[in-house]
Design a protein. Sequence first.
Length: 236
Amino acid sequence: MKEEELEIAGLRVVSVGEPELAEQVVVLLHGFAMTPRDLSPFAHSLRAPAWFLFPDGPLAAEPSGRAWWHIDAKLRDAALLQGPRDFAVQHPPDLPAARAQLVALVTALSPRVGTRPLILGGFSQGAMLTCDTVLRSSFDLSAMVLLSGSRIAFDEWEPLLPNGRLDRLPTLVAHGSADADLAFAAGTALRDCLVASGADVTWQPFEQGHEIPLVVWRTLKKFLANVPRARPFRSP
């Protein structure tokens, strides 16, 4: 599959696939201290009829890679000593800016997406940003993919969840039962709140840790193949 680097809405983006020939457009956000190149090889292995886009987080992460919002490395290490985390009560100061950048990316993409299905998702920090942005934005989405994520700023989510934004939205949620970074309970709580808000959730637990094992990519391949064309993308 064709791979190249683009700049969209001020973000560096790794593009995999044929933009004009693909049947759907898939935007996947990397996690904390990762880069798009950590995820882009999976697009080749999936061999889905999709145009995959992997944007680069706007901030440098410690000790390496990129981030969607700043996380202090020392505080993170100290928190992990207490066990796997749940971000539900956290309100990162950089989160609104990251959300605005993701909306700008989707807006800039809209002419090239056209009426094709748009699937938005991410891993870990990228999954949290995805769900937070979808809940607070107005653009139509065909499906959502949340890999090893958590709720975030949940007190702000609660009044948004019943508004029908996620009603019947196909959503893949995956989480590892041995995740030492984001607690498995954080993943199941994310799943449960999405189900309660009307999302059509595909739940994929797995036995490994904070990672994307083969079983998740097999589920993702099947999930993408079943995204309905009845929910085409409409511009913000």
